[in-house]
Design a protein around this ligand. Structure first.
Ligand SMILES: Nc1ncnc2c1ncn2[C@@H]1O[C@H](COP(=O)(O)OP(=O)(O)OP(=O)(O)O)[C@@H](O)[C@H]1O
Length: 420
C-alpha cells in the first residue's frame, strides 16, 4: 500500500542541530509554520538521504504545545508515521517528525514549496487582464487529481482541501520539478481533533467553509472521499475566474454547537448550481438539515454564467459539473476524473504547470522575522544566522519506534515514551 519505508535507526539529534529557522511563513489552525534550512546532515539521521537535502529548504510546522499529562496519543504517533510512508510526486513530503520536550511541542518538517494556490490566485485576481492560462489550470488540476487519487487509494481523505493547502514548487527546484503541485495538510484534520484540540477553540481562527461539500453542510455525519472531489471542483472554478465560487458567510460556532447549520453557504451553492431535487439526489432527504433547505426557492443552475472561461459544451465544463455533482454517490472519483476527455484533448496536462519553467511570475513566499512573544522554542533558539543549539530535549521519532507505541503507557509517561 505505502511506498518502501526509509526508516533506519535514528541517531537522536536535536531539532536545532538539524534545522535553522529562516523566519515565519504562516499560521494555520494547528500552529505556526517556519521556513528553515538544514544545518547538518549525518549518516543515520531520520531524514532519509540527508546529503541530497543539504541545501534545500524545509517548512517546519510547530504544533500547539501538548499538556505534560496528556502527551500525544500512541494512535496519533502511529498515524504520523504512516503519513511519513506516503510518497508521491504530488503530495508534500513529510521528512521529519520531532518532539521537543523542553517547549512541549511537536514539530513536523516538510519539504518546502515556494507558492500555494491561494497566493497564485490572488496574483491573478489583482491583475484582472491576466487570468491564469488554461494550460496551467489544466496541469494544476490534473496534478491535484493525481495526488488525491494516490491519497484516496491509501484510504486517506483530506477533509480540508482549499487553495492554501495546495502548494506549488518554485524556482528553487530543478526545472523539471518547478510548478509542481504538492498537496499539504492531509490526514492532519482527523489526527489532531483529539487529543490536541485545534486552535479554533482558543483563538477563534476562522476555518473556511467555502470548499465544504453540500452533504456535510446538510448534516452528513461521515466523511467520504467525495467531499475532496467537491473541494477540487470549487478550486478548479476558482483557478479559472480568480475568485472563490461559493463565498458563504460563516455562522459562528457557539458553546457546544461545534457544527452549526451553515445556511448562507448552502444558499450560495443553490443560487449557482440550482436547488437539488430528490430525483437528482435521493439521499438528501435523509440528511438532518434537508428540512431547512426545503423552504428555499427553486433557483435555476447558472454555473456556466459564472465560469465564462469554460463554454457550456466544453469538456472542461462537463468535468467541472461532474466534480460539483450534488449526490456524493454520483460525484466523479479522482481516478475517473483523470480519464475524463478534458485531459485527452489539447493542450495536454503537464507534470510542470508553468508554461515556461524558467518563467515564474509569482512572488516568493513572504518570510517574516521572528517575534520573541510568539515564536518560542526551537525557532528562537536556532536561526539560520547562528544556531546555539539550546533545545536540549528534542528528539526525532524514528520509524522503527512503532512497535513500542502499540501498548499505551500511563498518560503521564506518554510524551516521554514516544520521544525516547
Ligand atoms: N511545506 C510547505 N512549504 C511552504 N509553505 C508551507 C508549507 N506548508 C504550509 N505552508 C504555508 O504555511 C502557511 C500556514 O500553513 P498551514 O497549513 O498551517 O495553515 P493554513 O493552510 O493556512 O490553514 P489551516 O491550517 O487552518 O488549514 C500557509 O501559507 C501555507 O501555504
Amino acid at each position: 500500500m505505502f511506498g518502501p519505508s526509509r526508516g533506519r535507526p535514528t541517531q537522536q539529534l536535536r531539532i536545532s542541530e538539524k534545522y535553522a529557522s529562516v523566519g515565519k511563513i504562516g499560521e494555520g489552525t494547528y500552529g505556526l509554520v517556519y521556513k528553515a534550512r538544514h544545518v547538518q546532515s549525518s549518516p543515520g539521521s531520520a531524514v532519509g538521504d540527508p546529503s541530497s537535502r543539504a541545501e534545500s529548504f524545509v517548512a517546519v510546522k510547530r504544533f500547539k504545545s501538548f499538556k505534560s499529562g496528556d502527551g500525544i496519543s500512541p494512535t496519533a504517533i502511529r498515524e504520523i508515521k504512516l503519513l511519513r510512508e506516503l510518497k508521491n510526486r504530488y503530495i508534500v513530503d513529510l521528512v521529519d517528525v520531532m518532539l521537543d520536550e523542553a517547549d512541549k511541542a511537536l514539530y513536523l518538517v516538510f519539504d518546502y514549496a515556494e507558492h500555494d494556490l491561494l497566493e497564485m490566485i490572488r496574483w491573478h485576481h489583482n491583475r484582472a487582464s491576466q487570468p491564469m492560462q488554461m494550460p496551467t489550470v489544466k496541469s494544476l488540476l490534473w496534478q491535484i487529481l493525481h495526488g488525491m487519487n494516490y491519497l484516496h487509494k491509501n484510504w486517506i481523505i483530506h477533509r480540508d482541501l482549499k487553495p492554501s493547502n495546495i502548494l506549488v514548487t518554485g524556482q528553487d527546484k530543478p526545472p523539471n520539478e518547478r510548478g509542481c503541485v504538492k498537496i499539504a495538510d492531509f490526514g492532519l484534520a482527523r489526527l489532531f481533533q483529539a487529543p490536541l484540540r485545534p486552535l479554533t477553540d482558543v483563538d477563534a481562527v476562522v476555518v473556511t467553509i467555502w470548499y465544504r461539500a453540500p452533504e456535510l453542510l446538510l448534516g452528513a455525519k461521515h466523511y467520504t472521499k467525495a467531499i475532496d472531489l467537491w473541494a477540487i471542483g470549487c478550486i478548479f472554478a476558482e483557478l479559472i475566474t480568480s475568485k472563490p465560487l461559493f463565498q458563504g458567510q460563516e455562522k459562528e460556532r457557539k458553546g457546544d454547537d461545534r457544527n452549526p447549520f451553515q445556511a448562507d453557504q448552502i444558499d450560495k451553492i443553490f443560487r449557482i448550481l440550482g436547488k437539488p431535487t430528490l430525483e437528482q439526489w435521493p439521499g438528501a432527504a435523509d440528511l438532518p438539515n434537508w428540512t431547512h433547505a426545503q423552504s428555499w426557492q427553486a433557483y435555476p443552475c447558472v454555473l456556466h454564467e459564472r465560469i465564462r472561461g469554460l463554454p457550456k459544451n466544453s469538456a472542461g465544463y462537463d468535468l467541472l459539473s461532474k466534480l460539483l455533482e450534488y449526490d456524493p454517490n454520483k460525484r466523479i472519483t479522482a481516478e475517473n476524473a483523470l480519464r475524463h476527455p478534458f485531459f485527452q484533448e489539447e493542450p495536454r496536462p503537464q507534470r510542470v504547470a508553468f508554461i515556461d519553467p524558467n518563467v515564474d511570475p509569482y512572488k516568493s513566499r513572504p518570510v517574516t522575522p521572528l517575534d520573541p512573544k510568539k515564536d518560542i522554542g526551537w525557532a528562537m533558539s536556532a536561526t539560520a544566522s547562528g544556531s546555539n543549539g539550546q533545545t536540549p530535549m528534542t528528539r526525532s521519532i524514528p520509524q522503527s519506534a512503532a512497535p513500542s507505541l502499540t501498548s499505551a503507557p500511563p498518560p503521564s509517561k506518554r510524551a516521554k515514551k514516544v520521544a525516547s
